[in-house]
Write a protein that binds this ligand. Structure first.
Ligand code: FES
Ligand code: FES
Length: 158
């Protein structure tokens, strides 16, 4: 099968690649563009480790063909730090609340939290649980993760 050329905006930078038509967005982000913060857990859309934003919508990048993302704007965990390389307040909150254990789920959790807090600056505990319901933590640190999102919401209000 012939390769196809795609272009997308990843973390505000224009990138292009020649890919197999069946390539997954997850693999292209990691292997072609080097955004290895996007993690692969289950590969079947269950764990949320591969969560990114595609045109502002949360997607599991293991379930999206890269060709579907042609022309789209993608945000990965690498894209939410401040321009000076400082941690985003959500990332700071995850560290301060002890919400990072092995860290494998963290990029997806942070992206889901980022999406929530961009739409709801004062989320209830139920809102937070709903927002991260597609993200599994194999270390089961859910309490600290919910605490971290609450703390992030406080930080982002200041
Ligand atoms: S690796 Fe994509 S949802 Fe688990
Ligand atoms: S911190 Fe280990 S999977 Fe969540």
């Amino acid at each position: 099968m012939d390769k196809i050329k795609i272009t997308m905006i990843v973390n505000k930078q224009s990138v292009e690649a020649e890919i197999e038509p069946y390539a997954r967005l997850l693999d292209v982000l990691r292997d072609d563009f080097g955004f290895t913060g996007v993690k692969e857990g289950c590969s079947i859309g269950e764990c949320g480790a591969c969560t990114v934003l595609m045109n502002g919508k949360k997607v599991n990048s293991c379930m999206v063909l890269a060709a579907q993302a042609d022309g789209c704007e993608i945000v990965t965990i690498e894209g939410i730090e401040g321009p000076d390389g400082k941690l985003h307040p959500i990332q700071e909150a995850f560290v301060e609340a002890g919400a990072v254990q092995c860290g494998f789920c963290t990029p997806g959790m942070v992206i889901s939290s980022y999406k929530l807090l961009s739409e709801n600056q004062d989320p209830s505990e139920d809102d937070i649980k709903e927002a991260i319901s597609g993200n599994l933590c194999r270390c089961t640190g859910y309490k600290q993760i919910v605490d971290a999102v609450k703390l992030a919401a406080e930080k982002m209000k200041k």
